[in-house]
Design a binder for this molecule. Sequence first.
Ligand SMILES: C[S@@+](CC[C@H](N)C(=O)[O-])C[C@H]1O[C@@H](n2cnc3c(N)ncnc32)[C@H](O)[C@@H]1O
Ligand SMILES: [Zn+2]
Length: 287
Amino acid sequence: MVWMCPHCTQPLEARESGLLCVNGHRFDRAREGYVNLLPVQHKRSKNPGDNPEMVQGRRALHRAQLYRPLAEALCDLVATCTDVSTLLDIGSGEGYYDGMLSERLPDLSVYGVDIAKSAVKLAARDYRRHHYAVASSRYLPVMTSSIDLAMCIFSPVNDTEVARAVRPNGYYLEVGPAAQHLWELKTALYEQPREHPLLRRTIPDGTLLREGECRYEKQLTQTELQAVVAATPLAFRGHREKREALREQSDFLITLGFSWRLFKLAPERETGANGVASDDALESSDL
Ligand SMILES: C[S@@+](CC[C@H](N)C(=O)[O-])C[C@H]1O[C@@H](n2cnc3c(N)ncnc32)[C@H](O)[C@@H]1O
Ligand SMILES: [Zn+2]
């Protein structure tokens, strides 16, 4: 068990109905199997993170296997890290990549955090062997140096917290959109579409081990197209009339492009005390 009490930073122990620390802080397990480790003072809005429509859109596009080539590439990559047994998915969404990973690597202990309760609910309900918590990437509720590999797929991350959570010589895997990801959709919705910025090539306390891109085209049905729009900020950006016009499209050829970087963390580091993250490195990737 790697969970840490968000109130006093002591380890949390599993009890029948939830988690408990030595200071008596108790976190009930929800019916779906997750715990809520997000204290109200760490919340910036009533319902933070992706809204339920975005979460459902993401689930639909994953169920349609649109991002499967990426998931397979990530499974191949994680399988090469033979000294990894505990993985933390930061901004885990509805758990698609976790599910693919534990199918391929059944001995992996999978932990996931997301700030959106609706996402964590779906993930916990469908992947009962994984451990999920509602939590923020700013204050990861895991013990210092308890994680072999942390990964962050299209989600905001805090470098200080990653460096604290991952053990010396552990790994950090970051995945984001490649420059032309969803390009045809952007040109259909925006007057002046812009390419995605490149993923960063350095992190504090880490060296780049491997990097790669995964790019392919797909012919989308109208249902799949709407799932992609719903899962992304494209659902509320761009021209409304242009969004409406997309509803008339029966087949839509689209570019899907992802870029990933695998970092190895330094052997000896100043990891700091549990739960002392600053906000400096929190980044938001929108797709
Ligand atoms: C684009 S989705 C990606 C989800 C998942 N990684 C995937 O690729 O299917 C971004 C996720 O980050 C979550 N998120 C946003 N801000 C967060 C934060 N501060 N801490 C944890 N999760 C956050 C959202 O709720 C959402 O589920
Ligand atoms: Zn406590």
